[in-house]
Design a protein. Structure first.
Ligand code: SAH
Length: 367
């Protein structure tokens, strides 16, 4: 499938769209009207934009498009979690998850088709990598969820209150699309989510975090998963390029830029016998002492072919208690939607791998 030559309008920020319109001699406030049609009223054609001139509508119809993601499958968990399988323009499929909780709804979206980083305990990594999503495809996921869920939760003013870029892909390796998409998530003419409630999660791309600091003040989550470089090199191979000390140092820079009383979330997936022992907790506590963070422990979510085990509840509790007693704010991320494989690290989509890593896909594709 080739990319259309038309302008992918769902990925256009307010500034970007205004510039396009000014260039055509239009008033900049037309951008506001168009954004509302796209992100609040979910129109699918420019003809429906009745408060803009016929001439502008014709220009947009000829030169731009409102490209919607195709829903290939939708599943609902017994706990209310929903998962969608969506076709990206590249032809491969990505996954998106909605997690409803008391008083809030978190949407977990993808930033890439597959992932190139190959973290050893992540099933998306095992799928290999296909391509980047466009800004329009990233925003298109939110648009689709908000549109679909408003029928499922009639009367609720705001259904998606939090967005996490924790689906498939490494967001900081696709910043050209992620940055405008994040801007639209926060814009009132887009999805109006507060900066604290948009979280970008990274495996630790140091230059990406530096760039993020220049362009956004979204919340940051870092996938640490180990208390030292020796273990982290095994779990998160990108650590060989950007070791822990460098990673934590750039996170401090990011926090300084954010100002106020904001912290970074440290994600730590607990793997039985690998990084979940009391000595690992002690080493982690020493590493993070005085570092402005909140720790999120994620008990490993198994997937077919994974070589790791989830630790016992007791081991998770002991690990958490150790960190809390050391003065570190530490939560255990509850597993949601695992009956539909929607939990962290279980998102696989259907990736036409370009790295040669995903043996299963090639077998299926050629059989
Ligand atoms: N590429 C981003 C987003 C990944 S998904 C990143 O690396 O941060 C969000 C979190 O789930 C990450 O911390 C990731 O390492 C973790 N994760 C991946 N696979 C997992 C699994 N099978 N069980 C538990 N957590 C997992």
């Amino acid at each position: 499938m080739t990319l259309s030559a038309k302008l992918d309008l769902l990925g256009y920020t307010r500034a970007h769209l205004s510039a396009l319109l000014i260039e055509r001699g239009e008033k900049p406030y037309r951008a506001d009207q168009i954004l509302k049609w796209l992100h609040h009223r979910f129109v699918t054609s420019f003809e429906e934009m009745t408060d803009i001139s016929k001439e502008l509508r014709t220009y947009l119809t000829e030169n731009a498009e409102i490209h919607e993601l195709e829903v290939l499958d939708e599943k609902k968990s017994t706990d209310g979690t929903r998962k969608w399988l969506l076709r990206a323009r590249s032809g491969s499929a990505i996954e998106m998850v909605f997690i409803p909780e008391e008083g809030r709804g978190t949407l977990c979206i993808s930033s890439q088709v597959g992932c190139a980083l190959n973290c050893s305990f992540c099933s998306t990594g095992k799928q290999g990598f296909n391509s980047n999503l466009t800004a329009g495809e990233i925003v298109g996921q939110i648009r689709l969820a908000v549109q679909t869920l408003k029928d499922a939760y009639p009367g609720r003013v705001r259904i998606v209150t939090n967005i996490v870029l924790m689906g498939m892909g490494e967001p900081l390796l696709n910043l050209d699309a992620v940055l405008p998409a994040v801007e639209l998530m926060m814009d009132d003419l887009g999805y109006g989510i507060s900066k604290r409630k948009v979280t970008i999660s990274t495996a630790g791309i140091v230059p990406g975090i530096r760039k993020l600091a220049e362009y956004t003040d979204a919340s940051l989550a870092v996938s640490l998963h180990a208390p030292n470089d020796e273990i982290r090199n095994q779990l998160v191979p990108i650590n060989r390029k950007y070791p822990i000390a460098e990673l934590l140092s750039v996170c401090r820079e990011y926090i300084k830029v954010l100002g106020e009383k904001r912290t970074v979330t440290i994600e730590y997936t607990l793997l039985d016998g690998v990084n979940d022992q009391p000595e690992h907790a002690a080493e982690l506590a020493a590493l993070l002492l005085g570092f402005p963070c909140k720790i999120n422990l994620i008990p490993f979510n198994p997937f077919p072919g994974s070589n790791f085990q989830r630790p016992s509840r007791k081991a998770v509790r002991i690990f958490q208690e150790f960190l809390v007693n050391a003065g570190l704010s530490t939560m255990v991320r509850t597993t949601r939607g695992d009956d539909i494989d929607a939990a962290c690290g279980q998102l696989v989509g259907n990736v036409e791998d370009k790295t040669g890593r995903n043996i299963t896909y090639h077998q299926i594709a050629s059989s």
